[in-house]
Design a protein around this ligand. Sequence first.
Ligand SMILES: Nc1ncnc2c1ncn2[C@@H]1O[C@H](COP(=O)(O)OP(=O)(O)OP(=O)(O)O)[C@@H](O)[C@H]1O
Ligand SMILES: [Mg+2]
Length: 284
Amino acid sequence: MPVIAVVNRKGGSGKSTFAAHVAAWCARQGHSVMLGDVDRQQSSRGWLKRRDPALPHIAPWAMDQKNMLRVPTGITHVVLDTPGGIHGFELARVVMFADAIIMPVCPSVFDRESAAACHAELMALPRVASGRCRLATVGMRIDGRTSAAQILAEWSKTLGVPFLGPLRETQLYVRSLERGLTMFDLPPNQAAADLAQWSPIIEWMQPVLQPPQAANDAPPTQIHPARVGPSRPDSLMPAQEALIHGSRLMVASGSRAAVIEHRTPARTLPRSEAPSAIPRFLKR
Ligand SMILES: Nc1ncnc2c1ncn2[C@@H]1O[C@H](COP(=O)(O)OP(=O)(O)OP(=O)(O)O)[C@@H](O)[C@H]1O
Ligand SMILES: [Mg+2]
């Protein structure tokens, strides 16, 4: 199951805005997507509540009685919004599940310094350093009349991270989010300039969100669709860390620490869905 996490420890860098857009894009592609809000502010959850149910559906977290965040059955794609200030154990737990991390960065020197520190911490984690979890930056709230995009592109290059381009500063983002919308939900002629800026971002995400069939996978007909997301090549597979249905993240609530728990799906497989039908990367 592809998991994209939106991370930057700098507050207000546009994480929730970006995460909402990625989830909305997945939903428009017909994916069964969940927008997970690891942020105590629950901005993404609030945005989902404002979203018109007639629009392509985005599922919120399902929270069980133990305050565990659960991926509902049938979800094939996960987008994680994370809080400002995330670091240490909390950051490592998000990375454990993520196939890709996108870091929205505003152009000021303070934003870049904070994002560079976040990048350094991410690179210290083996999943990111080894490339199993891909990493890229996006310029956020960029004024096209300035050299902000160029500065961010060069800054990203010095870090050795792909820069996926700028998203311009416009009230269209602000007003859309207020109405539970994204650029992808607006009439294309209204958001044409912004949709064009999303093209390289979507292109970069594509191999993560729609991975090609891996050679070692069983034929799709043998796999229970509610249990196994699209397969992916080894380079993108989190060995035993894939987020599968039944996996649980415990969100940090109040002073309680966040915990991630893996749980083997409880449902017993009928013989027709014998273990041989389960891709190798899900076997322990
Ligand atoms: N491209 C944009 N143009 C104009 N305003 C934007 C743009 N992107 C984000 N914003 C605004 O910037 C503010 C911060 O964005 P957002 O809440 O997405 O950041 P965040 O990183 O999630 O913040 P936090 O760290 O507090 O969770 C919001 O008011 C949002 O509407
Ligand atoms: Mg936020």
